[in-house]
Every structure is written in structure tokens, then in C-alpha cells.
Design a binder for this molecule. Structure first.
Ligand SMILES: [Zn+2]
Length: 292
């Protein structure tokens, strides 16, 4: 299959808004081995991308109050205890998308980095969207693990739309695309024009995906939970060794962190945005505002 992207014509002008749909708290030391054990706030990032022809596209859907309903009973209640969540009705991706003048049913595509609750919490609010997931995540949707296994994998199946499998495609089944990035040269073309390229970033969870936005005034690389702390990007720092037990593939996770760090050094102009790193989210927001 022919590569799209690098060989295609000029990419269309896209707009990117970085939204935060709720947050949780957790020990800072899990994300940075030299930090203290105090609890810090982790925002749940949602990116709203507006494409001139393809319309509104989301990367992840953040938290919604549905998280609290789904974690009332054991064993899911363990999840809520480990990562206490703050989210109000006005914080949801759907509410913020509507405030931006887009009806939730107009959202055409939702790219899901992975299936953890802070990334799929709002998935039910976008009834017309096609979902793009990594194959490993799509297999989890199709097999619908029992509640204990689900919680062990950080999943709350009740957050997923009942028809998600029918509306989902595996990123790996989309046409191949060149990213133009060093170290991560290949991905999958979302729209056929090379403007949005899904890039597998393995390790954190099955089928974990990043999304490269090439048609924005500044190139933006949304990397989900490929690294939690900004120091993964800026210093190649690994999280606390305990994170090994929260990761699908610890070796791949470390390799991905090293790759993102090398990429950041080689391409300082690229806005690399992990989902839970407030400083890199703020930096990307002001860079995007400066070029608007
Ligand atoms: Zn995650």
C-alpha cells in the first residue's frame, strides 16, 4: 500500500485545542523516582482537532462523572481509591466541545490512546464517532474481560459504548504513513491526507497509540501515557520501578521513553504532549496560541 503523508501535497490547516476533562491525584513519586510521595494532581488531557473537511476529531475523552458511578462497587472501587477523581458535568469533553460550538454527535472520529478510564471516560458521549484504537486495545474491547481482570488492567468496561466494537477500526488497518519524524518514522494515516498520523507507542497498555498532528501551525505529537512526567520527554527519565507492575510491557515502555527523549532533542520545535504532564500541556497551549 502506498505511503501517505510525506509524499502527499501540502497538509490542510488544522486547529488544535488542548482541553482538560477532569483530573485525578496520585503519588508524584510514581511518575518521577526522585520526587516525594506526596499526592499531586494529574490532568486528563483531551485534544480537540478541527479539520476543514473531516470536521471535529478528538484524541481521548477524559473523565466524566460516569467514573464515580462505575467505581461504586468492589472491585472497581479500588480504582477510585487509588486515583481519586475530580470531575464535574461542565468539565467533560462533551461539555467543552459543545461550548466550542460543536454538538457531540458531530464529532466524526475519536482516537483512543488506550482504554484506561481517564482516556475513555467520555466515549459514550460521542454517539456518531468512529473510534480508532491500536489493535491490542481493540482486542480488549472485543473480549470484554470480567470485572476482576478488567480492574487489574485499569479498565472499566461500563465506560465503553455498547456498540464500540462495531464503530471501531484498528489503526494498524489504516494506510501506512510516513511521519517525517526521526526515530518513529512510520504510522497510520487517519484521514488519507497525511495531516493526522496514528503512531504506535508501545509499553504502557495494549495497543497504546500516539497521534501526530501535522497540519496545525505547530506540529503537535500527542503521546498519551507513553510517559507520565515531562521529565520522560526532557530527560529520558523513567518512572518509579513500581510502575513496572502497572505497565503492559515494561521493557517496551522504557524503550518508548528513550525514543521520545531522543525525538525531543532532535526536534525541539515539535510539541510533545503527554496526557498528564501539566507543564508540557501549558507549554504547548502557549505555543499554539502564539501561532494562532
Ligand atoms: Zn493509562
Amino acid at each position: 500500500m502506498a505511503d501517505a503523508g510525506a509524499s502527499a501535497g501540502p497538509t490542510p490547516r488544522l486547529e488544535v485545542s488542548l482541553l482538560v476533562a477532569g483530573s485525578c491525584t496520585g503519588p508524584e513519586r510514581l511518575t518521577r523516582p526522585h520526587a516525594r510521595w506526596r499526592r499531586v494532581e494529574f490532568p486528563a488531557l483531551v485534544a480537540l482537532i478541527r479539520h476543514p473537511e473531516a470536521g471535529a476529531i478528538l484524541f481521548d475523552t477524559g473523565y466524566t462523572p460516569r467514573f464515580h458511578e462505575e467505581t461504586r462497587r468492589f472491585p472497581a472501587s479500588l480504582y477510585a481509591r487509588l486515583t481519586p477523581v475530580t470531575v464535574g458535568p461542565e468539565d467533560t469533553a462533551a461539555a467543552q466541545v459543545a461550548a466550542a460550538g460543536i454538538a457531540p454527535e458531530e464529532v466524526a472520529t475519536v482516537v483512543v490512546s488506550h482504554l484506561h478510564a481517564d482516556h475513555v471516560g467520555g466515549a459514550r458521549d460521542f454517539p456518531s464517532a468512529r473510534f480508532v484504537l491500536g489493535r491490542g486495545a481493540l482486542e480488549e474491547v472485543a473480549t470484554a474481560p470480567g470485572s476482576r481482570a478488567a480492574v487489574r488492567h485499569g479498565l472499566l468496561p461500563g465506560l465503553l459504548p455498547d456498540d464500540m466494537a462495531a464503530r471501531a477500526v484498528a489503526a494498524e488497518d489504516l494506510p501506512a504513513a510516513r511521519t517525517g519524524l526521526p526515530f518513529l518514522p512510520r504510522g497510520h494515516d487517519l484521514l488519507g491526507d497525511g495531516s493526522l498520523v496514528a503512531v504506535p507507542l508501545t509499553g504502557h497498555a495494549p495497543g497504546h497509540l500516539g497521534l501526530l498532528v501535522r497540519g496545525a501551525p505547530r506540529e503537535v505529537f500527542l503521546v498519551g501515557d507513553a510517559t507520565w512526567s515531562s521529565r520522560g520527554v526532557t530527560h529520558g527519565e523513567f518512572p518509579h520501578p513500581l510502575v513496572r507492575f502497572l505497565s503492559a510491557d515494561w521493557r517496551a515502555y522504557r524503550r518508548t521513553t528513550t525514543t521520545l527523549h531522543a525525538l525531543a532533542r532532535a526536534r525541539p520545535d515539535l510539541l510533545i504532549v503527554p496526557s498528564h504532564a501539566p507543564d508540557l500541556i501549558a507549554r504547548a497551549r502557549s505555543a499554539l496560541a502564539g501561532t494562532a
